[in-house]
Structures are given as C-alpha cells and as structure tokens.
Design a protein around this ligand. Structure first.
Ligand code: PMP
Ligand code: GLN
Length: 420
C-alpha cells in the first residue's frame, strides 16, 4: 500500500504556503486554527508529563549520563589548553573528529572513507538530515520514506517544496515492503529516506533489504539518505548494516549518524554525514549555511569515544536489552499488545485490546490520569494515514525504555493499575 501526502488532493489545499508553516505542517506541528507552530510531539509529551507529574516514556533520552571519560574530555577541552580552542572549528569538522569517524566506520563495518572528503561534521544528526534533504529533494519532486518516519523528515521535505510519499511498516515485524517501495518510486522520486535501526519500530533492515533499496534508488536516479543513529543499539543477533557497506551505494547514498544515542549524550548534538566525495560536497553546500560549525570541545570528546568506546556500546546494549524485556512484560501485563524491537530505545504497543480510542486520545489520558507519558505513532505519519481508520498505526503507542529500571517499574505499575 502506498500513501501520498495529498491523498485525493485534499491535503495540498490545506498545506499553508509560507515556508515556516510548510515545515511545521510537514511534521504535524502546524496549528491550522491558530496559524501557529506547535512544539514537536516529543517536546509536547515531555511538557505534559512534567506538568502532570507523570513518568516520561515519551521523548527518547536516557535518564543516565553518558561515559564520564567523554564528559571529562569535553570539560578539559573547554577549560584548559588540551584539545581545540573554543573558537570556530573548520566548517567540515575538526580533523581529529573526521579521522575518528572514518576509523570507526573501518573498524566496525569495513567501510573505507577519506576523512578529508567523505566525512562532514553536522550539529546533530538533525542538521545532517536537514542538509541532506534540502540538498537533494528537488522542489516539485517526490521523496519516499517508510512510515512511521522521524518527524524532521516530514518538515524538511515540505520545506524543500517536495512531496512525501510513504510505504507503511506493518506489525508484527515491521519489515520494509520492497514491493511497495518499488511501486512508490517513479521518475518523480528525488530521494528515498531510510532509517535503520528504525525509530519507532525497532526494525533492523537486513543487508539484502538495504541492497534492494539501493538498487531501486539507482534505477530511479534517486539519492538515498540513510539515518543510522541507532547503529550501536542492536539486540539479540541483530546487526546493523550501514548503507555504505552495500555495493553500488557509493554514488547514490549518504549516511547520517550522531553521538547522541550511541553514547547516551543526546544533548551534545554532534553528528556526521558520510558518503562519496561528490555527495558529501553537495550536502556541505547547505550545511555550511545552516550552522556553519559548532561544538569544538564535543567534537574532540566524540572523537575519543569513536576511536575506542571502552566497552560502552556492549554495556549499554546489555542494559537496554534487559529494560526492553521488563517493559515488554509490563506492557503485556497491562493488557496492551507490545511488539519486541530488535534495536533502539522504543517499544510499539497496540492499544486496541484495552480501548477503542485512538492512540492520540489514549496518550492524552495516560499522561494526565495514569501518570505515564507515551508518544502516539500517528504523530509520525501523514495526515492521510491519520484519517484512515483502517491504519493500525493510529492505535499504536511508543514507549521509551531507555530509563532506569526502578523508573520503568513504577511506570508499568501505574499503567497496569490504571488500565485494569
Ligand atoms: N534520527 C532519528 C531516527 C532519531 O531518533 C533522532 C533522535 N536521536 C535523530 C535523528 C536526531 O539525532 P540528533 O539528536 O543527533 O540530532
Ligand atoms: N529522537 C528522540 C525521539 O525519537 C527525540 C528527539 C527530539 O526531541 N527531537 O524520541
């Protein structure tokens, strides 16, 4: 099944025209009545949880801090002569940072990158995503993504003046529908947006699936942007396949990643775009006029983590995996139907066994009355999907399990006692 942002062409009429409003509407953050911008669904959920005194299993950030030795390195760089100065670093990133990204790709995936031409520092993955989409999504073209998507994709595609088409990921396994993707892609497609490991489903695309997607992009002359921020949060036997390890991806794909999820340092906003020298040069064309540059101390400290994670990735995976099991059982005990993710921070749970309400309405009740904040997946889908009563995505909540176990236990007890 394939969806289109304008469905039967009714949505386009509702699409506001100023660029700021288009960006907001593209991510479901435009208030059509007030003609004003709403905060993101993550920020709205965090604010609602804080004001109700609820436990926030909405926005995806860990409640622990990242490795102390990385934080100490950043502090040292800021306050002493060690590391870079606090003045502008190069627009493409500190050399030591770009070398560390290249070394990390080589060590973990066998992907060879020239740190001077194939690695671009960005202010978080968010800027890498924005710069990639604004670089390659031609106005009037179509951009294809799997649905649900990360909110910034919708905003940037709309800002670029392109149209988002989606291919749904369906429970229970949320595998990418390659046949559906092939049907959605046409000569009008300028980009295909991938996210593996996937937020919010936790699906990890296999090497074969990635290869099929790259082939489809090549045939259509489309650029692939692969968002890989959850690369180090895979569980069980799942293994991340970076797009750049796929033969044939070299001249059609850029990858985006960041320090936030890999090192539990979501506030640092150190990201990177990698790809061929030609594609990375294109992304630089936009990126250098978004932030130009930022965060020399954090780039320096991130370089140290990428060179040697000192066992953090394995330890973090183990903790998250145990939290995942706890939340899986707790959600099932509360009567919901959770889907076990192969990666990431989130569990999607079908709420239909306990209510006829939409996930958006149920999330509002939970945060207010049950004392638990969660994200309705419909906030991460097109308006046409939200209006489709047959879409299972309208009845799914996303619960973040990147929290301490006592906090999770309290949240699950609250859920169970309120729902039953
Ligand atoms: N992409 C996805 C899929 C995410 O979940 C997030 C949030 N970590 C981002 C991009 C943004 O990453 P960053 O915080 O590095 O900008
Ligand atoms: N990536 C985080 C999530 O999916 C949120 C990031 C944000 O608040 N923009 O929950």
């Amino acid at each position: 099944m394939v969806r289109n942002i304008d469905g039967d062409h009714d949505y386009d009429e509702r699409m506001p025209t100023p660029p700021w409003a288009r960006a907001a509407a593209g991510a479901n953050t435009y208030d059509h009545t007030a003609e004003a911008v709403l905060p993101t669904v993550y920020e709205r959920t965090t604010a609602a949880a804080m004001s109700a005194g609820s436990i926030n299993l909405g926005q995806g950030f860990p409640d622990g801090e990242g490795p102390l030795w990385m934080r100490a390195a950043a502090a040292e760089a800021i306050t002493t002569d060690a590391g870079p100065t606090n003045q502008y670093p190069p627009g493409i990133g500190l050399p030591v940072f770009r070398e560390a990204v290249a070394a990390h790709q080589q060590t973990h995936y066998g992907v060879e990158l020239d740190p001077d031409r194939q690695v671009l520092f960005t202010t978080g993955a968010t800027e890498g995503i924005a710069a990639s989409i604004l670089s390659f999504a031609e106005p009037g073209s179509e951009v294809v993504a799997f649905e649900p998507w990360y909110d910034s994709y919708g905003a940037m595609v709309a800002l670029a003046g392109a149209e988002l088409r989606t291919v749904p990921l369906e429970a229970p396994d949320f595998r990418p529908d390659i046949v559906g993707l092939r049907a959605a892609v046409s000569e009008r497609t300028s980009m295909i947006l991938l996210n593996s490991p996937h937020n919010p489903t936790g699906a990890v695309f296999t090497a074969d699936e990635m290869a099929e997607i790259v082939t489809i992009a090549r045939q259509a002359g489309a650029v692939v942007m692969s968002d890989e921020v959850y690369e180090h949060l895979t569980f069980d036997v799942s293994a991340h396949t970076p797009v750049l390890s796929i033969p044939g991806s070299e001249d059609v794909a850029v990858a985006v990643s960041s320090v936030g999820k890999s090192f539990s340092l979501t506030g640092w906003k150190v990201g990177w775009v990698t790809g061929s020298p030609a594609l990375v040069n294109c992304v630089r064309g936009v990126k250098q006029f978004l932030s130009f540059t930022s965060a020399p101390a954090y780039q320096w400290a991130t370089a140290q983590g990428l060179q040697d994670d000192r066992g953090f990735f394995a330890q973090n995976q183990e903790q998250l995996q145990s939290a995942r099991e706890m939340v899986m059982s707790g959600l099932a005990a509360a009567g919901l139907r959770p889907h076990r993710p192969a990666a990431g921070y989130f569990i999607l749970a079908d709420i239909s066994p306990v209510t006829d309400k939409s996930a958006a309405d149920f999330a509002a009740e939970l945060v207010e009355h049950a004392g638990v904040g969660a994200i309705p997946v419909s906030a991460l889908t097109l308006p046409s999907t939200q209006q489709d009563p047959g879409s299972a995505l309208n009845y799914m909540l996303r619960f973040a399990f990147c929290k301490n176990e006592p906090v999770l236990e309290r949240a699950l007890t609250r859920l169970s006692s309120w729902i039953r």
